[in-house]
Each structure stands twice: as structure tokens, then as C-alpha cells.
Design a protein around this ligand. Structure first.
Ligand code: ADP
Length: 314
């Protein structure tokens, strides 16, 4: 088969054609297009399985995120995938996982992404004996995260699911924000969203309250949770059940564990970010100008402890 032909009914890069509704009467054998050679399994999410694939023509490697249409029959799941594609395909930034293409056959939707062979910051932290990062490492990664958020917020996009597991690490151990499944693009800057979404430990109180809608400040809140989790090794509102976690978030109940020695500057920044009233949280620029970030050179240099961890070259 010629490269570029897929042997299955497909649409290619045209969002109108991602109908994502399985028509069993025309169901055919399907699979990855033949020009791509499937490689190792990279991971699994709520809907997707992800594999490393090589384009046999260009020899380039990609991450193929494969979503089974059978798993997204509910309108909400369907809308989530359509929105993820519509938002992610328009993004081009060094700190955002690159979106290359998407297509579908009768059974699956395939999203071709930049491959991030060093997994996410979640796995990176878990491999550490103390399960946390040094403050220099946290500054290094949060600087990149802020650059990504500045880009997204300028485009009126709220990520709404920022967490360590969505902060991918490329082949050079640099951060790339991924998974736009819950992202929202606002019509105008003062617009608000009402859908309850996010990951329990990282969700902002105004999303849980749901009364007045939410906006870009929910990403700032999650950034505060990320900074806390990086330096203390566990999320600030974590408990064994989701209800109690939500209660703690709503009541702004968290402590700085005394057993972990961290700087006054990072505690001060976390306190300023984790404020119940979204309007009192600092802006991204305020965070970059905080005394914590000022303890480092800008841009922060990659700590040796990070550079020694990158995946071995192929
Ligand atoms: P879902 O939308 O179903 O939650 P995710 O986007 O979380 O799926 O992807 C599932 C898993 O696949 C991730 O947890 C990660 O392990 C892996 N993965 C996703 N995108 C990439 C990528 N670009 N590079 C490497 N691995 C990836």
C-alpha cells in the first residue's frame, strides 16, 4: 500500500469528519495506518491508549493517542474529544506538547502527538527516594509551566486539568503541557465557565462552589497545588476520600508539614496562590516576580539532578 493510504475509511485533519459515532453496519477491520509502525506502549488514560509509533517514510517518532469509539458513545465524552482536538490542534508553543495530526477509522480516533519519552513529572517525582523535588528543580519546571500558561491564557484558553500527570517530559527532560481534554476556550476575557471538571486534589474552590462560574484563575490555583506538591511530596488537600478533599479545599484547610524544610519564600508564594477568592490570587507575572522565583537566574538553569535523567538517545 502506498504511504499515506490507510486501507480504512478515514478522515484526515478535518474536524467536521470526526463524527465519532460508531456505525456498526459499516464496521470494518481497522488499525493504525500502514505507514506507521507501532512501537512501545506509552500509557493509558481514561479513554486513550498511547503508543510510540514511527513514520516509516520520514523515520520520525510520534506518540499515537488512540481512542476507541466504543468508549466514547456518551455525548459528554464525545464532546470532550472533539473539544480536545479543536483546541490542541491550534496550539504551537515550545512548552506545549506538539499536535501533528488526527484521523479516524470505523473504530478509533488517532491523535498524533510529539512523543515525550520521559513520561510525566508525576513518575519523575515518584522515582525520587523522598518523592519530592528540590526547590531549584521546582523553580526550573514551574518557570516552563508559567510560559505555557501565559501562552494559553493569552489565547483565552483555560487548561482546567493542570496536575503533575499532565506535565510531560520531552527527550531533553524539558516540560511540555499536555492533555487538553478539559480545556475551554473563552469567547471573551470576562467570560466564565460553569462545568464542574478537574482532578480532585488540584481542583479550585470556585469550581466546587459552581455559583459564579470560573475563569483563568483556576489554572493559577492548580499551579499553587503543583508547587506545594513538588516541594512537600504530596498535595496540600489530599485525604483518603474525595468528599473530605473537597471539604478541605472549600475551607482552605492545609498545613506546611514541619518535617520538610523549605524556604520562607516558597511558603509565602503558596499562601498567596491558594486563596479561596480567585480575584486575590497573583497573576502569572506576579508569580514570576515573586521572591521565590527571584532566588534563581532567569531562565532558571536545568539542575544537574534533572539533566542526568534524560532518556538515552535511540
Ligand atoms: P486520556 O485523555 O484518556 O486521559 P492521556 O492524554 O492522559 O489520555 O494519555 C494517556 C497516557 O498516555 C498518559 O498518561 C501518558 O502515560 C501517555 N501519553 C499521552 N500523551 C503522551 C505523549 N505525548 N508522549 C508520551 N506519552 C504520552
Amino acid at each position: 500500500m502506498k504511504p499515506g493510504t490507510f486501507g480504512v475509511s478515514r478522515s484526515h485533519g478535518d474536524l467536521q469528519n470526526v463524527d465519532i459515532i460508531e456505525d456498526r453496519s459499516v464496521r470494518r477491520k481497522s488499525g493504525l495506518p500502514s505507514r506507521y509502525q507501532k512501537g512501545k506502549f506509552l500509557g493509558k488514560g481514561g479513554f486513550a491508549k498511547c503508543y510510540e509509533v514511527q513514520d516509516l517514510e520520514s523515520k520520525e517518532f510520534f506518540a499515537a493517542k488512540i481512542v476507541s469509539k466504543a468508549s466514547i458513545t456518551k455525548p459528554r465524552a464525545h464532546a470532550k474529544l472533539r473539544s480536545e482536538i479543536a483546541i490542541h490542534r491550534e496550539l504551537r508553543h515550545e512548552k506545549v506538547v506538539k499536535f501533528y495530526d488526527f484521523f479516524e477509522d470505523q473504530e478509533h480516533v488517532y491523535i498524533m502527538l510529539e512523543v515525550c519519552p520521559n513520561q510525566t513529572l508525576n513518575e519523575f517525582m515518584r522515582r525520587r527516594p523522598a518523592k519530592r523535588l528540590s526547590e531549584q528543580e521546582a523553580i526550573f519546571y514551574n518557570y516552563d509551566l508559567i510560559l505555557a500558561l501565559q501562552y494559553l491564557h493569552r489565547r483565552r484558553i483555560i487548561h482546567r486539568d493542570l496536575k503533575l500527570g499532565n506535565l510531560f517530559l520531552d527527550k531533553n527532560m524539558r516540560l511540555k503541557v499536555g492533555d487538553f481534554g478539559l480545556a475551554a476556550q473563552l469567547e471573551f476575557s470576562g467570560d466564565k465557565r460553569r462545568t464542574i471538571c478537574g482532578t480532585p486534589n488540584y481542583i479550585a474552590p470556585e469550581i466546587l462552589e459552581g455559583k459564579h462560574g470560573h475563569s483563568f484563575e483556576v489554572d493559577i490555583w492548580s499551579l499553587g497545588v503543583i508547587v506545594y506538591t513538588m516541594v512537600f511530596g504530596r498535595p496540600p488537600f489530599e485525604t483518603s476520600d474525595v468528599k473530605t478533599t473537597y471539604k478541605k479545599i472549600k475551607n482552605n484547610q492545609y498545613v506546611f508539614p514541619e518535617a520538610v524544610r523549605v524556604s520562607m519564600q516558597v511558603k509565602d508564594l503558596i499562601r498567596r496562590i491558594l486563596q479561596t477568592d480567585p480575584s486575590t490570587r497573583p497573576s502569572l507575572d506576579d508569580i514570576l516576580n515573586s521572591s521565590w522565583f527571584c532566588t534563581s537566574r532567569v531562565p532558571p538553569p536545568m539542575p544537574d539532578s534533572v539533566s542526568s535523567c534524560s532518556a538515552s538517545p535511540r
